[in-house]
Design a protein around this ligand. Structure first.
Ligand SMILES: [Ca+2]
Length: 417
């Protein structure tokens, strides 16, 4: 099956029908009331599909597509003996975590608090509470966090958050300075990243090369991810002081890769120098991608494993086909009995997906669903220096989760060999 062209009109009619039907099923009045904002009908993170309007440009470009669906890696039930510890509970949408070299866990709560866990205990006061122009409507708010590699010396914490300016929604990455368990804004590193009630991306991480990587969503505007002058629908790469690295693929631009929809996870296999990113797909087809500098990941012109005669597009490591995971944070495990795997925290999927990788890191060998339904929606996953895994739940995010009284939680998994 190659070279056969879609009839673009039929394709879009079909997609619209499917999208419409799912919308009715999935975001009924219940969701609507619970969330309480009109705009929420157009969501989001795997609980429904938005009604997109495609530009003539996009329709024209999509005309050159042909389909080469690759199969997903086989699903298997691997053994993964572990001990689970609940590290913190009664949290409010913990979105991202990072751990200092002395073992303190710093994490964001999406409504706007930066918090800290020390010696296994949640510090009672927020390290910082965000105020205007900060906003946390929809899927926006206080999102990614990364501690400076020299955090114990310079006390720098990087965070990404949504804010309002002239009634427009944007995201920005700022540097904080921590002092005696309080933090203050020190410097804005990059701002005016297009934001919206949906698709803000939001993960930030410092790569093995010491640069700050930022995943941004399309902000609900499908014309932005292919536009290299916009910072939306991208992975951005900047220096820790906000300047543009000299070896970025597009000189003078923070854009590192593009054509993404709502990437919320990034991780590296440093030994093989492979970077991974998760992306929320449209109509299921969530993607795990291998990110290369300057790579175009297709959205919205080329989706899943489609190919185009006109565009050079990086095909995903795999896409989830008809299944919706709504993948958020991902972690590459570089030690312990689960070494050389990618872990994917899934929201709608309500599981930790474990993906054993080939030795060179460029092939997914199988897909193992771990902790299915055990903790509900999962937002972030990281590996600590001692090899244990930290997970955060996202059952209070108003996106179809059913919060238990103890939600949200941060859970530690200690692998047993
Ligand atoms: Ca893609």
């Amino acid at each position: 099956m190659s070279g056969g062209k879609f009839n673009i009109n039929k394709l879009f009619l079909f997609r619209k029908k499917r999208a419409g039907a799912k919308n009715i099923q999935r975001t009924g009045a219940k969701n609507f009331r619970r969330v309480g904002t009109k705009n929420f009908r157009m969501t989001n993170e795997g609980s429904s599909l938005e009604n997109r309007k495609e530009s003539p440009y996009i329709l024209r470009r999509r005309n050159s597509l042909f389909k080469t669906e690759r199969s997903m890696p086989p699903v298997s039930q691997g053994e993964f003996p572990f001990e689970a510890q609940i590290i913190a509970e009664d949290l409010n949408i913990p979105w991202a975590m990072d751990i200092s070299k002395d073992g303190r866990i710093y994490f964001t709560e999406r409504p706007g608090t930066l918090r800290m866990i020390q010696n296994g205990k949640l510090y009672p006061e927020p390290i910082m509470t965000f105020r205007e122009p900060f906003t946390s409507q929809g899927e926006g708010g206080l999102l990614g966090i990364a501690l400076d590699p020299d955090f114990l010396q310079n006390h720098f914490i990087y965070v990404m958050h949504t804010y309002l300016e002239d009634n427009q929604t944007y995201n920005r990455v700022i540097r904080l300075i921590e002092q005696d368990n309080r933090a203050f804004i020190d410097q804005v590193l990059i701002d005016r990243i297009p934001g919206s009630l949906v698709h803000n991306g939001g993960r930030i991480k410092i790569g093995p090369d010491g640069k700050l990587y930022i995943s941004t969503g399309d902000a609900g505007n499908t014309s932005l991810p292919q536009n290299l002058s916009s910072t939306a629908g991208k992975i951005l790469r900047i220096e820790l002081d906000g300047s543009i690295p000299e070896d970025n693929p597009f000189p003078g631009s923070p854009v590192y890769s593009y054509g993404l929809r709502n990437p919320q996870g990034m991780a590296w296999d440093p030994a093989n120098n492979v970077m991974y990113a998760s992306d929320h797909g449209s109509e299921a087809r969530d993607e795990i991608n291998i990110i290369i500098p300057g790579g175009n990941y297709g959205w919205p012109l080329v989706i899943g494993d489609e190919k185009s005669n006109e565009l050079t597009v990086q095909q995903p490591l795999f896409n989830t086909g008809n299944a919706t995971w709504a993948p958020s944070g991902i972690a590459y495990l570089n030690q312990g009995p689960w070494e050389n795997r990618l872990l994917v925290a899934t929201l709608r999927g309500q599981q930790l997906v474990s993906i054993p990788l080939s030795e060179n890191g460029t092939e997914a060998l199988s897909i193992e669903p771990w902790l299915q339904g055990e903790y509900g929606r999962l937002r972030d996953v990281i590996q600590a220096n001692d090899g244990s895994i930290y997970l955060s739940t996202s059952n209070r995010d108003g996106r179809g989760g059913v919060p238990r009284p103890e939600d949200d939680r941060i859970i530690r998994l200690i692998p047993k060999s």
